[in-house]
Design a protein around this ligand. Structure first.
Ligand code: PRX
Length: 650
């Protein structure tokens, strides 16, 4: 019952693609039947100082242990830089496009290599050693990529924190991984506005030090030249330190399973988790997916619009592309500044061939009107990508027809911070497209859809998405808390990696991700735990209780809906709502700002005190017909009050 139109693979896509339909079938079969043989071969796509003799050693049972290429040795910055110097030292590695359309820079592989070596020497001279955690809180400038690569050069573990996070969020991450070195900038610049990164860092360190953390140094890139506070001895200017540093730095020989980076991400409970990725498997997987999914060929100009603060920026702005010797574009700005043509103007200016963005941006630009697109050429574009949340078929078709003029395949890539790289995706020369479907698994990926009891479902079905065997890019643990890793991902369905996503499989074996089935929100492609927002709300002195749910939002995908119970004697008001929104922004960051707040005298709870979110979700969606059984509630009348309040608001 294929109600969706299938977009067949066009001959010209097939012609240039690395992988055609037969190759996909053959490689996929080999990858799942003989993972050792398959990955043993493809692991050689990167350079190893000491070749591995073992390939896969993984178990999803018991204490869960994941090791790939475990006796091999390599260095990530060597793979992303040194090994390209002979062939493409003078080729551009990073095209940087500033927030201001008149600002840009091009950096060759040779220049980036020198920058990274110098910075690695700066870190060393300031006492950073292999295994130390370095926090990177930066705007989208090339120095952010250099900072990540410099860490990998000396074996330090980086933890990049998105520049939009608040001082509190930054502090939490500094504390959790006991990081004593921070790299930041004076200010960031986005959409014509400055972001006080150094000031936020100062505040974060103050908060972190109250919990016993000690930050030895803050290395500051001068981006805007704005005024910043300064602590002599602790704070260091990037440009001053770099002047003194040598451009020669031997890459550290790292074991394949040595930690590469930590990236914090939200789950359904508790504080954000430090997702830990290691060196060898991650790089093999990021580079291989980058080449085949985006069909990257030498000389292509590739642009991923993500921020390096998210995993997409790690794998598909920095590590995957640079390991492949690609030309990667890094954009400091936003899609609608100076106006909604910006993306397409940048495409024309730099002759971008491959463009990778998020559905929320596509929907916002679609809403701005076709003329912002059609007045630009976009003739250089050859392939379009989507990531971060389900893309609705309407936005997909618009992207395909208006942006790509039916010339460019769309790769809708499903993956997660935890997966390190893309797991379910079309390959442009091999897999016919369906608008809204991430289509088929990448090599080595074994998806399984299970019912709520964990029984595997066959054929066309709908249920919970698990992956039943390991792939090289998989996270290895939660930093400092392996028990939480096992609990979070492998205990819901024993022996299987549970993604937290709902999924449908159609009669052609295509996968359709339907969104999170747990208490994780996906707002404009940003992942957030309802628990985090709730805890920010209840930290306000006038709030006694809060429950947060998602609701469908035209542009953001999901919006944040908060039910708030006030302390006795506090009068609800519009002013107070604004105060609460400002409070959450301050606690977590602007991305977590509530879209709607409803004051609720009571919340629907079971007799054991558990909040029934199912009911709250329905009310937030304005769907009162199927509230389900409310008889198990401690006080069923609460529901009527909530519905009445909700309806009175409109
Ligand atoms: O719900 C899925 C959604 O984003 C979640 C992962 O978020 P994060 O770790 O922040 O990584 C985002 C970028 C890889 C997933 O559990 N998601 C991501 N890509 C897609 C998607 N949902 C549907 N289709 C996608 N292509």
């Amino acid at each position: 019952m294929s109600e969706t139109q299938v977009h067949e693979t066009k001959p010209e896509w097939k012609e240039r693609a690395w992988i055609d339909a037969q190759t996909y079938e053959a490689w996929y079969r080999e990858s799942v039947e003989d993972p050792d043989g398959f990955w043993g071969k493809h692991g050689k796509r990167i350079d190893w100082f000491k070749p591995y003799t073992k390939v896969k050693n993984t178990s999803f049972e018991g204490n869960v242990s994941i090791k790939w290429f475990e006796d091999g040795e390599l260095n990530v910055s060597y793979n992303c830089l040194d090994r390209h110097l002979e062939k493409r030292g003078d080729q551009v590695a990073i095209i940087w496009e500033g927030d201001d359309p008149n600002e840009d820079r091009k950096i060759t592989y040779r220049e980036l290599h020198a920058e990274v070596c110098k910075l690695a020497n700066v870190l060393k001279s300031r006492g950073v050693k292999k295994g130390d955690r370095v926090t990177i809180y930066m705007p989208m400038i090339p120095e952010a990529a250099a900072a990540m690569l410099a860490c990998t050069r000396i074996g330090a573990i980086h933890s990049v924190v998105f520049g939009g996070f608040s001082p509190d969020s930054l502090a939490g991450r500094i504390i959790d991984c006991q990081s004593d070195f921070v790299i930041t900038a004076d200010q960031g610049l986005r959409g014509g506005r400055t972001i006080p990164l150094k000031e936020n860092t100062d505040k974060a360190i103050e908060i972190a030090e109250q919990s016993g953390a000690k930050v030895r140094h803050v290395l500051v890139v001068r981006r805007t030249g704005g005024q910043v506070g300064w602590q002599d001895g602790r704070d260091l200017w990037y440009h001053e330190e770099m002047e003194k540093a040598s451009a020669e730095c031997e890459p550290e020989h790292m074991n394949a399973e040595d930690p590469l980076f930590i990236l914090y991400t939200s789950g359904s409970t508790g504080k954000p988790k430090g997702v830990l990725h290691t060196t060898g498997g991650y790089l093999v997987y990021a580079s291989m997916t980058h080449q085949y999914v985006f069909d990257y060929h030498d000389g292509d100009i590739y642009w991923c619009t993500a921020d390096v603060g998210w995993v997409t920026g790690h794998s598909y702005i920095v590590y995957g592309p640079l390991a492949n010797g690609a030309i990667t574009l890094m954009f400091e700005g936003v899609p609608n500044y100076p106006d909604s043509s910006r993306f397409w103007q940048v495409v024309d200016k730099h002759q971008v061939n491959i463009f990778y963005t998020a559905p929320t941006a596509i929907r916002a630009l679609m809403g701005a009107g076709d003329e912002f697109v059609t007045k630009t050429s976009r003739k250089s574009l050859r392939l379009l990508g989507s990531v971060g949340e389900p893309i609705n078929p309407e936005a997909w078709e618009w992207y395909y027809r208006v942006v790509g003029e039916e010339r460019c395949p769309i790769v809708d890539t499903w993956w997660q911070t935890e997966t390190g790289g893309i797991l379910i995706t079309p390959l442009p020369g091999a897999i016919p497209l369906k608008a809204g479907s991430a289509t088929k698994p990448f090599f080595g990926v074994k998806p399984e859809i299970v019912d709520n009891d964990g029984n595997p479902l066959e054929g066309p079905c709908s249920g919970n998405l698990c992956i039943i065997d390991s792939w090289p890019g998989q996270m290895r643990t939660v930093y400092g808390d392996h028990e939480r890793f096992v609990q979070t991902y492998f205990s819901t369905y024993k022996g299987k990696y549970f993604t937290g996503d709902g999924c449908r499989r159609d009669e052609d074996g295509y996968y359709w991700i339907t969104g999170r089935v747990d208490d994780v929100l996906n707002v404009s492609g940003h992942r957030m735990g309802t628990a985090e927002i709730e805890s920010a709300l209840v930290s306000h002195p006038k709030v006694s209780e809060a429950a947060v749910v998602g609701y469908p939002h035209e542009i953001k995908g999901q919006g944040i809906y908060c039910y708030v119970t006030l302390m006795a004697g506090v009068t609800p008001s519009e002013e107070l709502k604004k105060e609460l929104v400002a409070h959450v922004r301050k606690e977590i960051g602007p991305i977590a700002a509530p879209d709607k707040i409803q004051f609720a005298p009571g919340l629907p709870k079971t007799r054991s005190g558990k909040i029934m979110r199912r009911i709250l979700r329905k009310i937030a969606e304005d769907d009162y017909t199927s509230l389900g059984d409310t008889s198990t509630l401690a006080d069923p009348s609460v529901v009527n009050d909530l519905v009445e309040n909700r309806q009175n608001r409109h």
